[in-house]
Every structure is written in C-alpha cells, then in structure tokens.
Design a protein around this ligand. Structure first.
Ligand code: F6P
Length: 518
C-alpha cells in the first residue's frame, strides 16, 4: 500500500515543457541508472514535517538531466531518514513530486552491510586507491563481502525495475564495480554501460587491492566502460592486460574476456548548460550585495569562493595555506580579501575525514588569527550543506573560484562556476590534477601542492583586467556549453546503441566523444 504522509515538499526544479537537446528517439525501451547517491532524500525535521533535500554530488548534476529526458528510473541507496515513509509498495516514487519527470527507486541496506560496502570497501578502499593523494587504502575481507552483497542487492532492484524489458542500464561509479557482471547474467537482453567517475590509477597501484581481479571481472560484464579522460582508459587497459587472461585490442580500445567484448572509452562528463539554477540566480551585483550582507563582509572586499565536499582529495587545507602565503607576500590584501569555503560534511565516520577536518579547521583558525580582525577574517569556513541557490549566489558574487583538487576525475564545480558567469566576469583557478583542466585551458592552472605558486596565481587572478577575465571566460563558456551533460549523455547512448545494434564494436576513434573532445 502506498505510504504518502503528505510531506511538505519544496519543488526544487520545476520545469516547463521540453527543454533538453538530448536525442532519445533511439529506441531504448527503458533507461535505468544505478548510482549509490539518490538525487533527493527525504528528511524529517524536529517538527515532524518531511522535506526534500537535494544531494550535493557531481554525479547527480551530470545524470539527472539525462534521466529526466528519458523518463527513466534511478535506483539508489535510501539514505534519508524519511525515505521509507514516502514511497510506494515497491520502494519508489515519481520525482520531483510537484512535477514528476522520472522514477526514483530506493534500496535499503542493513547497517552493517552499508558500513562495509559504502564506508568500507568503496570509501576506505577504492576511493583512496584511485586518487593519488597519499591516504593509505584500507582493505578488509568483511567489507568486500558486504560490497558483494550490496552490489547483488542493487542489481536485484534493477532487475525488478527492468521488468521484462531490454533496458539500457547505466551503472555509475566505484560503488558498483561488481554489478555489471551480475546484471549481465540477470538480464541477458540488457545493454550495460559502466561509467567510472573517479580516476583509474596505474596497474601497480590498482593491484594493491586484494580483489583487483574481481573488480575487473565485474566491470568487464559491461558492454562499455567509460572514464573521464583518455589517461584513465590507458591505465585501465594496462591494468586489465597485466592482471587477467584477457585479450586487449589497443587499436579498437576493446577488451575480450570470458567470451564477451567491452569497449573502453573516455566521455568527459559535463553539466547542464543554462540550468534552472543559473536562470533563477539574480545578477552578479545583487548576489554580491546579498553575500556581503549575509557574511557581514566589509564593502569593497574582494571575494574568492571554494565549493567542495569535505574530502582530503579536494585540497582544501592546501588552499588555506596558499591564502596564508598570499597574505604574507601581499600585505595590501589583508582586510581586503575574503575566501568563502563551503565544505559539505562527508563520510564523517571515517578517521581520514575526521583528520582532514581537524587539520583544515586548525589552518583556517591560524590564518584568521594571523591576518583577521574584528571586521574581516580572510577565511570563512562554512561546514554545512548548501542548496544550489546558495551555491550559485556565491559563484556569481565571487571575483574568483578556486578548485584545488589534489586529484579529481573531472570536478564539476569548475564547470558550474563557468555556467554561472554569464556576465563573463570572475577568474577560475583550477588544479591541473582535476580532469576539468583538460577541457578548460583558459583557466589559471595551479599545482595545488605548490603553495608559493598557488599564492602567486591567486594574486594574478585578483589583479586580472576585466578584458582578460572576459576573454578567458568566453573561451571556457564555449567549452562548457559545447560539452555539456547532454553531449556526454548522447555520446554514451549513441555508443551503447551502436554496440547493441549489430553487436559490433565501435571503430577506433569512432566515438564522437573522442573526436570532439580532442
Ligand atoms: O567524484 C565521484 C563522485 O561519485 C561524485 O559524484 C560524488 O560527489 C562523490 O564521488 C561521491 O560522494 P558521496 O559518497 O557523498 O555520494
């Protein structure tokens, strides 16, 4: 029986009419996304009311327009404290509730299974393993067992949602490395595409994982495995070749293993251009006034912004060190430059995240003690979830956005900032270790580990002429608009269709993804 306690929904993305450029007339009976993170969770507040919370995730930013356009199904973990109270008898609901576009199906896991699968194998094992950030991965047999169980549980939910169709299943990220093989045997008529949002490391690094063969075997159940960059593809092919008795065809970028062929391709993920949040955000001047008022910043102050999950891969502490250095070498900026860092709490029960938080909080306090006064502190650290309206206001208000990832698959904050700046103002300072740097050559590039260099780049950003800001922003806006999320989705869907229709392999260099992003 459907349980609908009449929650007080806030419609987060009301849309009118058809607004996509996604060509979905290619005949997929059903499109199902499998991703751990749900775009929405239901949270019950103290007064007993239920509200929708939008997840802060690059993956959600990229995938949601696609699922909406396909009227598809999103299968995800039910992490909200009121999710169970808002679903039908199959654990799902149509979302957004005020203007339904697609079906969201939750899967719930017992606590110990969630701990082992999500916090354990996925986030203490694969996450640090794949990011070159010098945090030692932790691999426990019990975690891997939970990861297997959770992957099977999610695959079963996808099977239920597929009913008797021949669906296209888009498996997302490192939480579900085993699911493609499971789906292939559960739904033989399906086409399975796995997209790995984070980097893929060198073979020697990947083999640290005691279950590297299982992970590869699981992924090679897919028809296509997609990565963010060509370098990730090469690392993956090298890893397969040196780990499994598989045939690796470099010319075709294809692996044949256990009688099945898998294409390996780069599809750099994008954002929705001119998305509803951009349209709903006031002009830069109004945003600036509101931010200065809310944060009690002195008039005329220069504003920098950073938007990240609180994660050691994001280089937040290194950003603070660069700001400290900036203020040491440019005393004139003291009291005249404020950096607003949004750090959304993330994976707080893991020791590495708690240590990262302690370090960056201590650094912020030190910098503020050294260079702040009663009127102006150089670092404003906001450790809280921020809704898109708040994030886009900050983007529009800021003189610069600093993306300092120590290693990142893509980093969509960089692209969102560019989307938000339709006034062609503002400077993007971008780590060369984020996948986005390969597409946004007009950003000011930094090595976030090099603190002096980063301080100098920040200084350069702050004195960049309006003409230079504008010409750089125009180039970046062209790239972000061209390679938006629909472009990404169209490449994936087209390639999936090509693989599916004659069972044929894509000719080398055939994918528009590779051609256009070159
Ligand atoms: O970077 C890949 C990614 O899946 C992002 O989309 C997301 O922000 C993050 O990793 C996962 O975060 P979480 O564990 O909070 O879903």
């Amino acid at each position: 029986m459907p349980r609908q306690p009449e929650p007080c929904y806030q419609d987060l993305r009301t849309r009118e009419g058809s607004r996509t450029s996604l060509d979905i007339s290619n005949g997929w009976e059903r499109v199902i996304v499998l991703a751990n993170r749900a775009p929405f969770t239901h949270e019950r507040t103290r007064d007993g009311r239920v509200g929708l919370k939008r997840s802060a995730s690059g993956l959600v930013t990229a995938l949601e327009p696609l699922v909406e356009a396909c009227s598809g199904i999103w299968v995800a973990h039910g992490a909200g404290n009121a999710d169970t109270a808002c679903v039908d008898d199959r654990g799902g609901l149509e979302v957004p509730p005020a203007n339904p576009q697609y079906r969201l199906r939750y899967v719930w896991l017992p606590d110990h299974e969630h701990r082992g699968y999500y916090y354990g194998f996925a986030n203490e094992g694969l996450w640090p393993l794949c990011h070159a950030v010098h945090v030692q991965p932790v691999f426990r047999s019990t975690d891997f067992r939970m990861y297997q169980l959770a992957n099977a549980r999610f695959a079963a939910a996808v099977g239920e949602e597929a009913a008797s169709t021949s669906p296209l299943i888009l498996v997302q990220d490192y939480h579900f490395a085993l699911a493609p093989r499971m789906l292939r045997s559960r739904i033989p008529s399906s086409t399975v595409v796995a997209f790995w949002h984070i980097p893929w490391p060198y073979p020697r690094v990947f083999k640290v994982c005691p279950w590297s063969e299982d992970v590869l075997d699981g992924l090679l159940g897919s028809d296509i495995v997609g990565f963010q960059t060509p370098e990730d593809c090469v690392n993956f092919l090298d890893t397969v070749e040196s780990t499994l008795p598989a045939h690796v065809d470099r010319q075709q970028s294809m692996v044949t293993f256990r009688g099945h062929s898998t294409q390996v391709r780069a599809y750099p993920v994008g954002v929705e251009w001119a998305n509803p949040f951009v349209r709903a955000t006031p002009a830069a001047k109004a945003c600036r006034a509101r931010v200065c008022r809310d944060l009690q910043l002195p008039a005329g102050v220069r504003v920098g912004v950073g938007i990240d999950r609180l994660d050691y891969t994001k280089g937040i502490n290194e950003k603070f060190l660069a700001i400290e250095r900036l203020l040491e070498i440019h005393p004139a900026l003291r009291g005249r430059f404020v950096f607003v860092q949004v750090a959304e709490p993330s994976r707080e029960c893991l020791p590495a995240y708690r240590a990262t938080r302690a370090t960056l909080v201590a650094t912020a306090e030190r910098v503020n003690r050294r260079f702040g006064n009663d009127i102006c502190r150089p670092i404003v650290l906001r450790e809280a979830h921020h809704e898109p309206a708040d994030v886009y206001r900050l983007y529009r208000a800021a003189d610069l956005c600093y993306v300092g990832s120590l290693h990142d698959g893509m980093n969509l904050v960089a692209k969102e900032y560019v989307c938000a700046r339709d006034d062609e103002r503002g400077v993007l300072v971008l780590s060369r270790f984020a996948g986005a740097a390969q597409q946004l050559g007009a950003a000011l590039e930094v090595n976030p580990y090099a603190i002096d260099e980063s301080a100098n780049v920040l200084a350069r950003a702050l004195c960049m002429s309006e003409a230079e800001q504008s010409s750089r922003m125009r180039l970046m806006r062209h790239a972000v608009e061209t390679f938006d999320t629909y472009w990404w989705a169209n490449q994936l869907l087209d390639d999936a269709l090509a693989v599916n229709s004659e069972g044929h392999t894509l000719a080398h260099g055939d994918t528009s993804a590779e051609r256009k992003s070159a």
